[in-house]
Design a protein around this ligand. Structure first.
Ligand code: CAA
Length: 258
């Protein structure tokens, strides 16, 4: 793997650990960073020494979303041509268990990355949400699909339309996370759990994962592709330009509904 700029990678026994590492922007996910994450996960998936993959964020957050500065000026056509979410689809092919250890913000694309994990352990201070609506866009990397599969249509719409953040306790009640932990223990406990899972017979672990996703996710890719068209389409609205401009200028956006 070539030089990694936005993530740090290490192994602890047979656990592959990925640290999201852009703390100065709350680990906002730019395209290169997503590509680094996905390629590293794929490498670990192929590496016989790695049994379980763990992701966590450096600094104050897991990840506060896709990098708004990077995409603010994109047009719908730019997004289609970039096909930037293709990397996210590749996560659906990962065979080994992926566990997220979330502290602080997991918003937008950061929440989507967390939801792409098989299991989630969260610190008491974790905050999950999809604030895209406040930028006059919508989730583009699987958020509408995965959240709905986890909590059902009614609650998912409520969260997606409000753009509000849910606490770790709420996320636990909605079945989004497996466990809440004190902040200072979340990474260590996640790695300990991963080590226990790594002792189980690897092929059983793998086939159980496949069977469970077969049960819930058969048409996820179709849903994500549908979502993506609409995500791109929103970049042709005036409200999207205004929403992202207002974020960067640190002011309240003035939406026109067009
Ligand atoms: N993109 C780019 N930069 C971001 C960012 C993002 N998603 N989130 C935070 N940052 C930057 C901030 O601009 C700030 O940079 P400066 O110091 O240069 O001003 C730095 O990270 C620290 O953030 P704040 O000062 O805003 O920290 P805070 O504690 O006051 O607020 C927050 C934290 C509520 C998470 C706020 O940063 C925020 O609202 N971030 C944006 C969240 C968001 O809208 N995410 C969705 C993005 S769209 C998306 O993800 C689409 C998709 O589905 C793929």
């Amino acid at each position: 793997m070539d030089n990694l700029k936005f993530i740090q990678v290490e192994t602890d026994e047979n656990i592959g650990i990925i640290q999201l590492n852009r703390p100065e922007v709350l680990n906002a996910l730019n395209r290169k960073m997503v590509n680094e994450i996905v390629r590293t996960i794929e490498d670990m998936d192929r590496d016989e020494k790695v049994k379980v993959i763990v992701l966590y964020g450096n600094g104050k957050a897991f990840a506060a979303g896709a990098d708004i500065n990077e995409m603010a000026q994109d047009s719908a056509i730019d997004l289609e041509l970039l096909n930037q979410f293709a990397d996210w689809d590749r996560l659906l092919q990962v065979k080994k268990p992926m566990i997220g250890a979330v502290h602080g913000f997991a918003l937008g694309g950061g929440f989507e990355l967390a939801l792409a994990c098989d299991l989630l352990f969260a610190a008491e201070d974790a905050k999950f949400g999809f604030p895209e609506i406040n930028l006059a866009v919508m989730p583009g990397a699987g958020g509408t699909q995965r959240l709905t599969k986890l909590m059902g249509k009614t609650k998912a719409l409520e969260w997606l339309w409000s753009g509000e953040m849910m606490t770790a306790e709420e996320a636990e009640q909605h079945g989004i996370i497996n466990k809440r932990l004190p902040k200072e223990l979340v990474i260590e406990e996640t790695i300990n759990y991963a080590k226990k899972l790594a002792e189980k017979p690897a092929l059983s672990v793998r086939f159980i994962k496949e069977a469970v996703y077969k049960a819930v996710d058969d048409s996820l890719l179709e849903g994500m592709q549908y979502e993506r068209k609409n995500f791109s389409l929103l970049f042709s609205t005036e409200d999207q330009k205004e929403g992202m401009k207002a974020f960067m200028e640190k002011r309240k956006p003035q939406f026109k509904g067009r």
